[in-house]
Design a binder for this molecule. Sequence first.
Ligand code: UGA
Length: 430
Amino acid sequence: GMPERRQVAVFGAGYIGLVTGACLAELGHQVLVRDIDPEKIRLLRSGEVPIYEPGLGDMIAQNKERLTFTLDAQEALDGSEIAYVCVDTPPSASGDADLSRVWSVVRSLEGTSHLRAVVMKSTVPVGTGSRVRAALDAAGLRDVGYAANPEFTAEGTAVRDFLHPDRIVVGASDEATARLISELHEGVVGPVVVMDVRSAEMVKLASNALLATKISFINEIATLCEKTGADVEEVAQAVGLDHRLGRHFLRAGIGWGGSCFPKDSEALRQLASNTGYHLQLLSAVVEVNNVQKRRAIQKLKEELGSLVGARVALLGLTFKPGTDDMREAPSTVLAARLLAEGAEVSCWDPMARPAETEPWTSTSRYATPEEAVEHADAAIVVTEWPQLEEVYWAGVVRSMRRPVLFDGRNLFDPAAMRALGFTYLSVGRP
Ligand code: UGA
């Protein structure tokens, strides 16, 4: 039958909140998105989307009758049956996730009358659910259910991931809440897996940790391939054909970044250490990721002799293509190291808006990859934007001072690039 339409309040208009809000509206629900940032709300009300996420702008526009944006928590909650918590939980100085924004949302729920469930989408430490439960009870919201509903969408494909997920994980304290949240997802193509709250919280951290582990693992194998003459692309492809291992997240490169893997690995390590257990594998996974960027600089240094006075172009700055997100992007580490080594850094990215802070204030930004690379001693492919495949590299090689190309994402065919005259370096390939 027709799915029941609900009124939902979504707290937080960031990457998760906007995608959740837009997709719930697409499913037919009435959604009120609340954020504390007046500029974000102003943009959203005037039909603009403050972040870049493919398909999100269209989905918001198509569902505008069912989407309201507000600064006022009470307005968002007025008549809402479900409150989604989609605020960010950045790492604090101690390494633990900073839950202050979560608590401020929970406080604003006090006194609501229609609310039936609070749904946690933000990534939180295991055990947060029971603390929120206690806070709800203390606020007289004993009958309001609680569910941990971690999100597994990736930036760049978030809208598709939300509507066609591998699974929807619902960790709920009672059956009625589990049913309510499952029904809310009617129309989403993917299995709903119901479990207890703590397990659902753990699924999120374990999933991201295993994904990061796969990448660091293949990056170490890539290093070994370089030392032994094997080709990591061939190795990864054949390894991945074993369905027990899976072909995804075996792309070797200069390492992982973004708003999730670095933060969630740190959060999981911290969570473990709070229980007195040291997570051995994950510590190595993080260390391999740091080494990966140091090795990139080292290779360049060996090729150029010295980096002092060398002009190095960074192609692609965001932590991955298809997003404008610069959080924990490998490019920031590379730019800082190159500058510290005395190099001059030019850069190109189609979407990034790097912060007006170091190292970016000491670099020069160009509108095209061709301009960024002109007169450079070396270029590094940091992010595999498809635009880089459209570049006329035969022309680029002639415009460089020294034709050194370090392909940090194994985007190009080594033989083809060498035939054009490049000194071509990549990750784990002869
Ligand atoms: C990641 C997870 O993939 C999502 O499932 C999860 O929901 C999300 O974090 C989150 O916790 O919110 P995201 O960080 O958006 O998503 O991006 P990914 O596609 O996972 O890429 C992460 C990093 O790994 C990027 O820097 C990417 O370049 C790198 N990567 C990815 C590799 O170096 N090799 C690979 O094979 C895959």
